[in-house]
Design a binder for this molecule. Structure first.
Ligand SMILES: Cc1cc2nc3c(=O)[nH]c(=O)nc-3n(C[C@H](O)[C@H](O)[C@H](O)COP(=O)(O)OP(=O)(O)OC[C@H]3O[C@@H](n4cnc5c(N)ncnc54)[C@H](O)[C@@H]3O)c2cc1C
Ligand code: FES
Length: 262
């Protein structure tokens, strides 16, 4: 769905990190955790294209995203004032698959925590399944959104590269500390590609299902341009692969089906 929204919040919540909330007149569609929106600044030819951002929260008339300032679009976004308008398309992509696992371990790095909040908030509270977030940031000043995650009641563990908060090291170091053999467990991961690969290798070693959400740069976000393809194997036991579009067939992929050697 294409929509426009009025900015009602664009607040710095950590170093280079902002929470943006948009309100819309029309009713927004239902969004699943892991789906994303393409956001675009209206009446601008630079940047011309929209940018993909995970849906952090979405209610009937309000969309929230959290973004890290890294380049042209996110720099412009950070300058936007309340009352300004943004264009967006949502919901895009597939989102995280349903699961009956007793324990879901969500591993996030960089700004990769954003798609997991909806999963934590929308989980079935009658179901005793455990959810754990392992979140890694470069340093304490980059940690964002953890109050929102803690409020959901899930187990939150933090790691920083420099040891300024939580575990001194990577969030991936914590996987085997929270994993309980004998409990059906799935691993979900979002963050930089090298980190996704580490999580996949741990999943392979422990024999666990693993889904990764890719942050592949996108042009159209709608499945038209094929600018966001990844190599995907229908049969994980062979080397045969074909392209899949991250925006349409992903961004969440079964880690065992991706070709990681590129
Ligand atoms: C499905 C999906 C969900 C995403 N969710 C979020 C989110 O919730 N919050 C958030 O902050 N970001 C998210 N991203 C990443 C975000 O789309 C990019 O950071 C953004 O497009 C950068 O735009 P820019 O114009 O500011 O940077 P650009 O000027 O386009 O690029 C600046 C620099 O960053 C690099 N870069 C750009 N995009 C990416 C990328 N995707 N991965 C690695 N390097 C990149 C460029 O090569 C360049 O060096 C998501 C990406 C995808 C595909
Ligand atoms: S970004 Fe155009 S097909 Fe995915």
């Amino acid at each position: 769905m294409y929509s426009t929204g009025i900015i009602v919040q664009n607040e710095r919540i950590a170093e280079l990190t902002f929470r943006l909330a948009l309100e819309t007149e029309e009713r927004l569609p239902l969004v699943n955790a892991g789906q994303f929106a393409m956001l675009r600044l209206p009446r601008r030819s630079d940047p011309l294209l929209g940018r993909p951002l995970a849906v952090y929260r979405c209610t009937e008339h309000r969309l929230e995203v959290v973004y890290l300032v890294v380049g042209k679009m996110t720099e412009r976004l950070a300058e936007q004032q309340n009352g300004n308008t943004l264009e967006f398309w949502l919901p895009l992509g597939n989102g995280f698959p349903e699961s009956t696992a007793e324990h879901t371990i969500m591993v996030a790095g960089g700004i990769g925590q954003t798609p997991f909040l909806m999963l934590a908030e929308k989980r079935d509270l009658q179901n005793p399944a455990r959810y754990t977030l392992l979140y890694g940031a470069r340093t304490k000043s980059r940690i964002a959104c953890m109050d929102d995650f803690r409020r959901t009641g899930i187990d939150v563990r933090i790691a920083t590269d420099d040891g300024s908060e939580g575990h001194h090291g990577f969030s991936t170091d914590l996987i085997e500390r929270v994993y309980r053999p004998g409990e059906s467990t799935r691993l979900l991961c979002c963050g930089p590609k090298p980190m996704l690969y580490v999580v996949f290798k741990i999943a392979e070693k422990l024999g666990l299902p693993c889904y990764v959400s890719l942050e592949t740069p996108m042009s159209c976000g709608l499945g038209i341009c094929y600018g966001c393809v990844v190599k995907y194997k229908d049969n994980p036991d062979t080397d045969e692969w074909d392209y899949r579009r991250t925006c349409k067939d992903g961004p969440v992929f079964n880690a065992y089906r991706l070709r990681w050697d590129d």
